[in-house]
Write a protein that binds this ligand. Structure first.
Ligand SMILES: [Zn+2]
Length: 483
């Protein structure tokens, strides 16, 4: 990507990564935002508040100068984050250039329409997908969330939000609104199901114990990464060859206690020399992939899709300019998969008036899936959890969200299941009790090397969150909290 900056003094093409910024850079209708002064400050290192301000400035300028509609402007600006395109952004002080600008914008808009189709990519192949890819690929079993936390902290700082951590390692960012109360806590857990090294066998094979809920049938014949002090060690959960498996055992699932990891070592000493020690984290090895029709596949979408929901909601709220009528806490929690442990401690720091956990929900819309056990379907919109193994929803909060969804023509689905417990249960039980809900993106094949979501569900979930958070003022939360 590049920016073409047409100024009265010079034409400058700025690459995305390191843009020398000209002293004379002002638009006709608005001064450029703070952070775009002369110098060699790379655009990526400018705070996202600067980036958001630039987007707003560009939006205003496009509308006034080129007389194109606001939705078209917004779409155009949104797509600037896409690596698929090489858009040209023109900042121009001269009215006489208007026709040139119109032509350039027309070409650019046509490019937006045509190029994704040519490449077979979704037109939303943008920063949201790349963020989900980075988060999905990052290793972060329960208790070992460091790499995911680093991404979250970087993203929050990039959006101009200071962060802190609680005593277990959950990361907390605050977006101050026009009022200190109510405090709204959004929680997405950073950890994923995984395992830890229990014992290294004399022949160099590694035995482990699981972190979080796994099916035994998901364990054998998979690739894994052992996170050692000396760096990542690739591993394979070996599967007996069919040639030497008795016919009566060929349909049998290998029980978890029989599964072992082969790291290429021939002895215990060789394995230890590779850095492997009891207590090291083990994480699924799986690479994020975009499937057809906006379907995304990767490991740990439970709950990296929630992490993206959290960050994208924050980005959208900052971009809107106006403050929310509340103060919102954006929390990436730890150790959810081993018993909501991070949410239990983070909630003591935040002390919320209302809580929403952002999650990967249980889609059962595949052969063998049972809607009598879980009802979610991919592509049917965000999910309001009414009941799971750990909580019953606050009915007024449910009604509020359903009303906001209907007013904004956002389809939602509901879930009633006994499968799983979410951070919202810890939010609900804070203090004397708080309104809370689990808000999810339907996800197939949870707690395995590969899970799948629909991009449209993620986008609509963020749409609904942004609308709802703008309405959750003191009066609304008081009404929801009253019995
Ligand atoms: Zn989860």
């Amino acid at each position: 990507m590049r920016f073409h900056l047409h100024t009265p003094r010079e034409d400058i093409i700025l690459p995305w990564d390191s843009a020398p910024l000209p002293r004379s850079l002002t638009t006709r209708n608005a001064a450029l935002p703070h952070g775009f002064e002369p110098g060699v400050k790379p655009l990526r290192r400018c705070g996202s508040s600067d980036w958001d301000a630039l987007r707003r400035t560009a939006l205003t300028w496009f509308q006034v100068s080129a007389k194109i509609s606001r939705p078209c402007c917004a779409a155009l600006i949104e797509e600037l984050g896409s690596p698929l395109f090489s858009p040209v952004l023109v900042f121009d002080n001269a009215l006489r250039e208007r026709w040139t600008l119109k032509i350039l914008l027309t070409i650019f808009c046509l490019t937006l329409l045509v190029e994704p189709a040519l490449l077979g990519q979704t037109p939303q192949g943008d920063g949201v997908a790349r963020l989900l890819e980075e988060l999905s690929n990052a290793p972060g079993p329960s208790g070992f969330e460091g790499p995911v936390r680093d991404i979250m902290v970087r993203a929050l700082h990039g959006l101009g939000i200071e962060t802190s951590t609680d005593g277990l390692g959950s990361v907390i960012g605050v977006l101050a609104g026009s009022s200190e109360r109510p405090r709204i806590m959004l929680a997405a857990h950073m950890d994923e199901v995984g395992a830890i090294v229990r014992y290294v066998m004399p022949e160099g094979m590694v035995k482990f114990q699981l972190l979080g809920g796994w099916l035994d049938q998901a364990l054998a014949d998979q690739r894994w990464i052992i996170m050692t002090n000396r760096g990542p060690v690739p591993a394979l959960s070996g599967l007996r060859s069919v040639h030497v498996t008795p016919s009566e055992e060929r349909g049998r699932v290998t029980p978890r206690d029989e599964v072992f990891l082969d790291v290429g070592a021939r002895t215990k000493e060789e394995a230890e020399a590779m850095g492997i020690r009891p207590g090291d984290a083990i994480v699924a090895s799986s690479t994020f992939t975009e499937f057809a029709h906006g379907r995304y596949v990767g490991k740990a979408l439970d709950d990296r899709v929630g992490c993206v929901m959290l960050l994208e909601t924050l980005r959208r709220l900052k971009a809107q300019g106006a403050k929310t009528p509340n103060t919102i806490y954006f929390v990436g929690t730890v150790q959810e998969e081993v018993g909501l442990r991070g949410a239990h401690t983070a909630v003591e720091v935040v002390k919320p008036d209302l809580g929403i956990s952002l999650e990967a929900g249980i889609a059962a819309d595949h052969p063998g899936g049972r809607p009598d056990l879980a009802q979610e379907r991919l592509g049917a919109g965000p999910v309001l959890y009414l009941a799971d193994a750990a909580m019953l929803v606050n009915l007024k909060l449910r009604d509020f969200l359903e009303r906001v969804a209907a007013q904004n023509s956002i389809a939602v689905q509901t879930e009633v299941t006994t499968g799983g417990a979410e951070d919202s249960a810890a939010l609900q039980q804070f203090g004397a009790g708080r309104p809370a809900i689990n808000f999810a993106v339907a996800t197939r094949y949870l707690h395995a090397h590969n899970s799948e979501i629909d991009r449209g569900d993620l986008d609509r979930a963020v749409d609904l969150l942004v609308k709802a958070l703008n309405l959750l003022d003191a009066q609304a939360v008081a009404n929801i909290s009253r019995f």
